[in-house]
Design a protein around this ligand. Structure first.
Ligand code: ADP
Ligand code: ZN
Length: 213
């Protein structure tokens, strides 16, 4: 499948993407994961992106389009991909449309994961992430077996630098201003699949039934 996953920070894009990859082997492409890996490795991209990310702001569109323009050309994208955290602005969505047309790729839809703000806030403050593999945990509902250690890879499980209260509130404001308008954009493209994502168990089933798979 070839899908865009839309939704606020903490809506569950990463979790849902991982569940969907298990269905047909489509690859998850998370711009957040790509950027965090670049920051960790201290690459030029990482150095440029770090400040924006820590403040909870968006990284400039040109940087993101550079990353995605290359990523979508890789062979593992051919069978299918789940775009997690991209596009994030109307200009990114417009450029993606041009890029996909050029590559002859047609999307199956843009899934909008709808979650109320209070649930989002609670999820983000209790969320923990593996520094090495990006696996997501929750201190209340899904802690790692050994505190601070990733079940999957043994890496450090930490609170992200942009998950302080200040940065979270900034990210939610940025979402409302710059990313929420994408719902209108993809409605106009006849691609929107609106999903109630408050309870994570039914999300994948609802997406599958919307896609007819
Ligand atoms: P979340 O969805 O939980 O906010 P992500 O891991 O998707 O987190 O993104 C973390 C940060 O990486 C964002 O706050 C932003 O700084 C940067 N980022 C990720 N994807 C994009 C994008 N498509 N455009 C601009 N910045 C991005
Ligand atoms: Zn891990």
């Amino acid at each position: 499948m070839k899908l865009i996953l839309l939704g606020a920070p903490g809506a569950g894009k990463g979790t849902v993407a991982k569940l969907l990859t298990a269905i047909d082997g489509s690859v998850q492409i998370s711009t957040g994961d790509i950027l965090r890996a670049a920051v960790k490795d201290g690459t030029d991209l990482g150095k440029e992106a770090q400040g924006y990310m820590t403040r909870g702001e968006l990284v400039p569109d040109a940087l993101i389009m550079g990353i995605m323009g290359e990523r979508l050309l890789e062979d593992d994208c051919k069978p299918g991909f789940l775009l997690d955290g991209f596009p994030r602005t109307i200009p990114q969505a417009e450029e993606l449309k041009v890029l996909l047309a050029k590559l002859g790729i047609e999307l199956d839809g843009a899934v909008n994961l709808n979650v109320p703000r209070d649930v989002i806030l609670d999820r983000l403050t209790t969320r923990r992430t593996c520094e090495d593999c990006g696996e997501i945990y929750n201190v209340k509902s899904n802690p790692p077996k050994v505190e601070g250690v990733c079940d999957k890879c043994g890496g450090n499980v930490v609170q992200r630098a942009d998950e302080t209260e200040e940065a979270i509130s900034k990210r939610l404001d940025v979402f409302k201003e710059q990313t929420a308008p994408l719902v209108g954009f993809y409605t106009g493209e006849n691609m929107l699949i609106d999903i109630n994502a408050t309870s994570s168990d039914v999300v994948v089933a609802d997406i599958k039934s919307a896609l007819g798979i």
